[in-house]
Write a protein that binds this ligand. Structure first.
Ligand SMILES: [Zn+2]
Length: 490
């Protein structure tokens, strides 16, 4: 609410918004100042306009407004002031402003704090559903178990009026596609929510680490990575419904079954759905207990270097042999030289094997190497360097296979969405930060497809993939409100 002594005459007010009907009750005609900002209509550069004002019905009221054609670059271009009389309802003012300024997108939003207040009341219900999902163990490799978890998630979405579709898989769990919001031509684009149903825990883990609530946290296998994220999305959708917040775009959620094992069966679906979308929100866990969003992720891959030498007696005729282990050692010291921490490039030989007996010159050796890069250019550079390795010892042969399987998520793909999230979190009164992540997620795939992607929007907590895995309960409504507000304003 803009506190201002600005008190124009009724005439001036009506001039500010010429299509407002004339007011019949002059005593109620106290004008309030209302400012809004123009922004470029470009999904990745859109900024939230967070202007709040009060109207006759005294509900806090907000406009989101984007400039019709791109003039200037990116952020704020100009600020307009308009005054309106409090004797009109918020709906009348909303319609009038929309009409006057010919805005292509005009959402009359309840305040994001209303979303948060709605969600806070549902904290208990959220934890209850989280408990149900955690108790449905869903290790990536056990199709029937992942399917059971997927069916429960589908049932919850169905209750909330979403459209459900299973993408059936033969060997992995079925992926679940959930659609909400406007359909067909009424949708002004698409937003994608990404998450996974599978966990890294085998069936039976629950006996050692049962679902439990303690110290304001929900503990259990997969609670943090990322079943709490699924629950938050469910309740974000419900809160939009409860507050009658309209969605301008169709929202598609893709709950996949194999993220923890590299997304082999879901990759195509993820990339196809991403290409149809204006933005992607990934509900992987946040970074750290402060809930930082993951605005960049390294690309991740694996290569195998295989050396073929020649066996010979190590004592009788060593000159006839070509030692594959020696060759591998030389190659490893060469690739270790590709490390560049400052640029975010890491190369680590983490598995080596070779040879058969101590007195036989080794004719085979291999190394499995973990490779990571923060930038796409560096990923390509590293792959080129690895492919151009040549044998060092005379007579040795060398083969390099593999490469990056998830390209880097570069910060430029998340910067605009992050700024928007920050504004919204600010408005709701909780801090939000950002952090780079060394590991990959399905967000890497969508960013590489050229779609703005914001990752780490899921649960706040700690201990992913460990017996201490837990999600912070207090943060669940906050994160759900943040997602809801992002869906309504992107
Ligand atoms: Zn995960």
């Amino acid at each position: 609410m803009t506190a201002s002594a600005f008190e124009p005459t009724p005439r001036e007010s009506c001039l500010s918004i010429p299509c407002l009907p004339s007011c019949s009750n002059p005593s109620a005609f106290r004008a309030k100042l209302f400012r809004f900002t123009h922004f470029r209509k470009n999904a990745s550069a859109n900024h939230l306009v967070s202007r709040t004002f009060k109207t006759k019905d005294l509900k806090p009221f907000r406009f989101t407004h984007f400039q019709k054609s791109g003039r200037g670059r990116g952020a704020s271009i100009s600020q307009c002031k308009a005054a309106f009389p409090v004797c009109y309802s918020s709906a009348v003012v909303a319609r009038s402003v929309a009409h006057c300024y010919d805005t292509p997108i005009m959402l009359a939003l309840p305040h994001s704090q209303m979303l948060l207040a709605t969600l806070r009341k549902q904290e208990k219900e959220m934890v209850k559903i989280l408990g149900a999902l955690v108790r449905l163990e869903s290790p990536s490799f056990v199709k029937a178990a992942v399917d059971r978890c997927g069916e429960r998630v589908a049932a919850e979405w169905h209750k909330r009026g979403a459209r459900i579709e299973f993408l059936r898989q033969k060997h992995r769990g079925n992926h679940l596609r959930v659609t909400l919001g406007p359909t067909g031509r009424r949708a002004k684009g698409q937003l994608l929510i990404l998450g996974h149903l599978d966990t890294v825990y085998d069936i039976g883990t629950l006996q050692r680490m049962p679902f439990r609530i303690a110290k304001g946290r929900a503990w259990g296998p997969g609670a943090f990575d990322m079943k709490a994220g699924i629950v938050q999305a469910l309740f974000a959708a419900e809160a939009l419904e409860r507050t009658r917040t309209p969605l301008g775009k169709r929202v598609v959620c893709l709950w996949t079954s194999d993220e923890e094992i590299g997304s082999g069966s879901s990759r195509e679906d993820i990339e196809r759905e991403a290409r149809r979308s204006d933005a992607v929100f990934v509900l992987e866990p946040a970074f750290g207990l402060r809930g930082s969003l993951k605005t960049s992720r390294k690309g991740v891959g694996q290569v195998e270097i295989e050396i073929i030498g020649r066996a010979a007696h190590a004592g009788l005729e060593p000159q006839k042999g070509v030692n594959a282990v020696h060759e591998l050692a030389l190659q490893i010291s060469r690739v270790a030289g590709f490390n560049d921490f400052r640029r975010g490039i890491t190369v680590n030989a983490d598995i080596i094997e070779g040879g058969t007996r101590a007195n036989v010159i080794a004719d085979r050796a291999r190394a499995v190497i973990d490779i990571r890069a923060a930038r796409i250019a560096d990923m390509k550079w590293l792959e080129r360097r690895l492919r151009s390795l040549r044998p060092i010892l005379p007579g040795a042969r060398l083969r390099v296979t593999g490469g990056f399987n998830r390209p880097p998520l570069e910060r430029k793909m998340s910067a605009a969405l992050y700024r928007k999230a920050q504004l919204l979190a600010d408005e709701m009164g909780f801090p939000i930060g950002e952090s780079p992540a060394g590991g990959g997620s399905d967000g890497n795939l969508t960013a590489a497809a050229g779609v703005p992607t914001l990752d780490g929007l899921g649960a706040v907590g700690d201990g992913a993939h460990s017996p201490a895995e837990h999600a912070l309960i207090r943060a669940m409504p906050e994160r759900a409100a943040l997602l809801a507000a992002l869906l309504a304003t992107t």
